[in-house]
Design a protein around this ligand. Structure first.
Ligand code: APR
Ligand code: PHB
Length: 394
């Protein structure tokens, strides 16, 4: 058994764990990241790709946004499709110039890993059997196996950044947690396609056949989604069927959807989860380990970044002055944003999807809301403010 000592043990090398490692590094705090997958796996995993203004600003501030600025696509509006037409929400005009940037989550992850390793920050990939102990003590221990040998990492604090299936949340006694959950009666079938996007800005479309989304990754690669049933079998969706459905749901007169080879295809169910509190003893949960939002608002990564920003501030203040206020208030500070985003993502999902059992009344309510967003600047601004992301509260 080998023993290692550090200040903060970070479980998980997703956006939450990696951004936290950089924020702590900048504050002169030592941290070790433990990740159960391989570097190649986490760098290839296809996820969402919309970065809020605040996320881009934070990466910029950390000096990690070089490639993001070269390759990311800045978008100043989004399109809502319904009733065979499209309406543009001018995000930047409505939010004092804020914008979103399209840049795949796995590209963010690649940049963060490369920079962290280059700075000499330890990231241990392919660890197994991670266990957390002594969370109520002043010196917790993380036990794990790597390369066939047993290891112990002794630390002051543990950051549980290991996503929704990780070990961190499970290490908190169930009686100490309340889990708020909601399953949505639909899923997204997503494809990554080798074809130039047929749109300059994201299209969120409501259609009687179900929701569709045209997103982008680069001038050569498109990302598209359609609403399917939660128990849908991927095998029932050959590429042609996916394209037929996308064409039907995104259709407007005079516009054609360009098709190309499908590089990746998967189905993701829609779920909401919030765990309260987000901390227990010396363990602090961040990102998907603490909450999941439905993907309609593209908020998962951005919420993870907001969490670790608050956590890093609390940790840095504690090391600097011994003041525990930031750490004590971590949950309350995060949950305010988490529930705002949960409400926004749920409303946007409900508005744009076709719910099983929905009747003419539901249909008309959705149309009335979309019509209102088109006619009222206040309604459009509310959507835009949420979509580009709330500024960080300091
Ligand atoms: N030990 C170590 N690492 C683990 C363990 C474990 N027991 N279990 C899971 N992990 C790793 C996963 O392999 C993954 O790399 O933790 C990481 C968690 O990363 P993400 O799932 O990406 O979660 P997070 O960093 O919170 O990022 C938020 O936003 O777009 C959304 O859901 C999307 O990934 C997303 C996220
Ligand atoms: C994506 O590009 O993957 C994407 C875009 C917008 C969303 C969700 C996902 O709301």
């Amino acid at each position: 058994m080998s023993r290692l000592d550090t200040q903060v043990a970070i479980i998980g090398a997703g956006p939450a764990g990696l951004v936290l490692s950089h924020l702590l590094g900048r504050a002169g705090i030592e941290a070790v990241v433990l990740e159960d997958r391989s570097r190649e796996y986490v760098e290839q995993r296809v996820r969402a790709g919309v970065l809020e203004q605040g996320t881009v600003d934070l990466l910029d501030d950390l000096g990690l946004a070089g490639r993001l600025h070269r390759e990311g696509l800045v978008h100043r509006g989004v399109l809502l499709g319904f009733d065979g037409r499209r309406h543009r929400i001018p995000l930047s005009d409505l939010t004092g110039g804020r914008a979103i940037t399209i840049y795949g989550q796995q590209e963010v992850v690649k940049d963060l890993i490369a920079a962290r390793l280059a700075a000499g920050g330890p990231i241990q990939f392919e660890v197994e059997d991670v266990e957390l102990a002594g969370l109520d003590s002043t010196r917790p221990v993380v036990r794990y196996r790597a390369g066939g040998a047993a290891h112990e990492l002794h630390c002051d604090l543990v950051a549980g950044c290991d996503g929704s299936h990780g070990v961190s949340r499970r290490s908190i006694p169930p009686a100490a947690l309340t889990v708020y959950e909601r399953e949505f009666p639909f899923a997204w079938l997503g494809i990554l396609a080798q074809v130039a996007p047929s749109t300059d800005e994201l299209i969120y479309a409501r259609h009687e056949r179900g929701f569709a989304l045209h997103s982008l990754r680069s001038p050569e690669v498109s990302r598209l989604y359609i609403q399917v049933a939660p128990d849908e079998d991927l095998a029932a969706w050959p590429d042609d069927r996916v394209w037929d459905e996308l064409r039907a749901r995104l259709a407007v007169d005079g516009w054609t959807l360009a098709e190309g080879p499908v590089l990746e295809k998967s189905i993701a169910v829609h779920r909401s989860v919030v765990v309260e509190p987000m901390q227990h003893g010396r363990l602090f949960l961040a990102g998907d380990a603490a909450h999941i939002v439905p993907p309609t608002g593209a908020k998962g990564l951005n919420l993870a970044v907001a969490d670790v920003r608050a956590l890093a501030q609390g940790i840095a203040a504690w090391y600097r002055t011994g003041d525990t206020a930031g750490l004590d208030g971590y949950t309350a500070r995060c949950l305010r944003r988490v529930w705002r985003v949960q409400e926004f993502s749920t409303s946007m999902s409900t508005l744009l999807h076709r719910l099983p059992g929905a009747d003419g009344f539901d249909e008309r309510l959705a149309r009335a809301e979309l019509d209102w967003i088109c006619r009222s600047e206040a309604a459009a601004r509310s959507l835009a403010e949420n979509y580009v992301g709330l500024p960080f509260d300091d």
